[in-house]
Design a protein around this ligand. Structure first.
Ligand code: NOJ
Length: 455
């Protein structure tokens, strides 16, 4: 976070790496799901994906051409511990160490995510997030990664979208795609939050000058007009457990981290399903953070109503703009998300993910023209910079994704990259949006240095 504003791109291990069993890697719950008939669109899997495991040098060279300040990637826990526990896998560690060296060659700052959903199968077999011992297993994994990379990596993100880990406990969609009770889900959330806290402690003990963040997702609610009443209504809805389903809401995963306790509504709503929560747990969970990562794509608005919550979500108008994975295109949510979250948690914000899937293909001229993604990035970054200019402490923006990849249970149909991948040949083709983002970064930097020179 040394720069005024960090422009980056993001990916996650299982979505791009491939090399399923190579270099001593073990299986994750996602590898198992991807090999279970009927679970992934078109029967696809992540065995090879973009084969980044073998193409990382070529990929980092492209990032160099893109001119990003930073690259956010995740570590596959089962690459570090083949079976989840025991002796660390040196080959796996070396892969990430080589990747980091390559990034540094191009002056690109690595942002490492420790957990982006690929839980080692053996850890799952021992109860996964329901086994209280996972907190120390995760701490141990964090220590091994930090000891190997911490001399060169200074920016870490503990968890990506914990909401989707819990989403995998609904019995469909995400791994493990097993149905759990509310009580079990709440225990899993508590153990995730404790693991987050322990990881922060370990990182601070192990890595000199470390900066630690956390990246839950948030579907912000925005006010329908400028009146104080609408502003208050949107804020109330955003920070209530009543909407976006109880387990998806941002405060469930953020209040304990920043305020040292779950929201009041949590105890009222879940009553006997609440796990045993001690004062020590809450202290552990609420370790100070350097930045608050946020993956923001879309959100919504609400109207007042006399139900228990006091509001209900507004439907989208017919024909609302949406992308190929059905995400509504709502650039202003990034402004309201950053603004409301900073107001509530008072921690510098980094947009750790934002981007869109488009109908991308190679045109007759051999190029990939993606005007919709260009329009999307322009609109969302304008809105984010609006928040920054108004005083919201926003420190960075990462496009999801650097490269097309395995979009979980949706397989390879959705293309979210700035770089197109021909999965038959592994050829990479930078899309038009790649050059657009390159120029956007260049222009921002030029303007910023001109402004500074004038002061
Ligand atoms: C959020 C997730 O963190 C990422 O893995 C996913 O591919 C993107 N959203 C797009 O759906």
């Amino acid at each position: 976070m040394e720069k005024d504003f960090v422009w980056g791109v993001a990916t996650a291990a299982i979505q791009i790496e491939g090399g399923l069993y190579e270099g001593g890697k073990g299986e994750s719950i996602w590898d198992v799901l991807a090999h279970t008939p009927g679970k992934i669109k078109n029967g696809e899997n992540a065995d090879v994906s973009c084969d980044h495991y073998h193409h990382f040098k070529e990929d980092v060279k492209l990032m160099g051409e893109l001119g990003v300040d930073a690259y956010r990637f995740s570590i596959a826990w089962p690459r570090i511990f083949t079976n989840g526990f025991g002796k660390p896998n040196e080959e796996g560690l070396q892969f990430y160490s080589d990747l980091v060296d390559e990034l540094l060659k191009y002056n690109i700052t690595p942002y490492v995510t420790l957990f982006h959903w690929d839980l080692p199968l053996e850890v799952f077999r021992k109860g996964g997030w329901l086994n209280n011992d996972i907190v120390e297993w995760f701490a141990n994994y964090t220590r091994v990664v930090a000891e190997k990379l911490g001399d060169r990596v200074k920016n870490f993100i503990t968890f990506n979208e914990p909401q989707c880990i819990i989403g995998g406990m609904d019995g469909w969609g995400h791994a493990p795609a097993v149905k759990y009770s509310t009580k079990d889900k709440l225990l899993a959330i508590h153990n995730i939050l404790k693991s987050h806290g322990r990881a922060v402690q370990v990182l601070r003990e192990t890595v000199k000058d470390v900066k630690v963040g956390y990246a839950p997702c948030a579907n912000p609610f925005f006010p329908k007009d400028d009146s104080p009443e609408q502003l208050e209504l949107a804020r109330k809805a955003y920070f209530s457990l009543h909407l976006m389903s109880n387990f998806y809401n941002v405060i469930l995963y953020s209040d304990p981290v920043f305020f040292g306790d779950y929201p009041k509504e949590y105890y009222e709503m879940f009553k006997d399903d609440v796990p045993n929560i001690t004062k020590e747990d809450l202290e552990l969970i609420s370790q100070p953070l350097d930045f608050y990562g946020q993956n923001i794509y879309w959100g919504g608005s609400v109207s007042e109503c006399d139900n228990e919550a006091g509001f209900k979500e507004d439907p989208l108008y017919p024909g609302y703009p949406k992308n190929t994975i059905n995400h509504p295109i709502m650039p202003h949510v990034i402004y309201w998300g950053a603004r409301f979250l900073y107001e509530r948690y008072k921690t510098p914000i980094i947009i750790t993910e934002n981007g869109t899937s488009c109908m991308d293909w190679v045109h007759l001229d051999g190029k990939v023209h993606d005007p919709q993604r260009i329009d999307y990035i322009k609109r969302y970054t304008d809105e984010l910079l609006r928040a920054k200019n108004e005083g919201v402490d926003v420190r960075g923006y990462f496009v999801w994704s650097f490269i097309d990849n395995f979009e979980w249970d949706n397989g390879y149909d959705p293309r979210l990259g700035l770089v197109y991948v021909d999965y038959r040949t592994q050829e990479r083709i930078p899309k038009d949006s790649f050059y657009f983002y390159r120029d956007l970064i260049k222009d921002y930097k030029k303007k910023n240095s001109d402004d500074k020179a004038q002061v």
